[in-house]
Design a binder for this molecule. Sequence first.
Ligand SMILES: Cc1ncc(COP(=O)(O)O)c(C=O)c1O
Length: 348
Amino acid sequence: MHWAKMHSHARFNLATSGVGSFPLRELPVTIEQLEINGDSAYGYAPLQQAIANKCEVDPDCVVAAAGTSMANHLAMATLLDPGDEVLIEEPTYELLTSTLLYLGATIKRFARSEESGYALNAAEIRRVITPKTKLIVLTNLHNPSSVLAPESVLREVGDLARSVRAHVLVDEVYLDAAYTDRPRSSYYLGPEFVVTTSLTKVYGLSGLRCGWILAQPDLARAMWRVNDLFASIPSHPAELLSVVAFQNLDRIRERGRKIIEADRVLLNDFLDHQKGVSAPRTKFGTTAIVRLMDGVVEPFLARLRAEYETTLVPGRFFDLPNHFRIGMGVDTEMFSEGLKRIARALES
Ligand SMILES: Cc1ncc(COP(=O)(O)O)c(C=O)c1O
């Protein structure tokens, strides 16, 4: 996160992970609809209802949070005590492991191997799960690969968790970028599932910090109380804007879809023609994790930035030092030029 904030910016920034910003002027909202303070002690009721409607759950299962980041933190802080055993996929989004470490969890990893195209494999979890396991953590779509986990495998993971009375935390911040076959949230697979997400990545609405957790009502109540220690009261103007965003969500999602799909066509063409890299092809998602076949990634990325004004995320943040991550969904012209520059850097 620190690297993303401080070092990712460039003229051709392909070090992104979400859709480009949705402009406020395209939301049908006027200043009269906004207010500074509101009635949002444990959730602003219209926003709770909007999230519940979208997710087809009862509002009692919804905990609003400041982005998926805070949603993950609240969920983990509520589900874990220091020393508890947690299984987390490898590779994954680095902030998930660092939050677990911050909370004092004992971390064990289960592989999503490059050879398997980063597939979620319940057998890998079975290999490391113990009666002491309290939580299994994964992302769906997977960050960094954007691979979608099939419901059948998620069910197997749920069965494993249930067998030791553990929970499964699924970070679904990218799931709404699965534009066809509309996969269901893991939340519907059983009470052991806890799901986190937000309007950040797929909708370009990061500034609203509209995130949430789906959890069984007793857990949800506990998470609200943990939130009293952190964000406590949310920004009410952001809550009001989020309600308007939910009323326009299909249109906002469609805007992102068009950019991502155009970018993916370019990415696939790039991968087809570049012998120096390899990556699993995915149907959905805003990121791809790419192996540099020859050479060392860090100097390559430094040269790409210095000579070609183009940035990519170093794979070391995912414990993949021979890789880099490419982000789609911001601006197709920029993406196209960025890919051309990567190609030139690879060739030179
Ligand atoms: C898997 C994952 N979860 C959470 C986040 C943070 O999401 P938010 O901006 O909603 O806090 C990211 C950001 O890159 C992410 O990749």
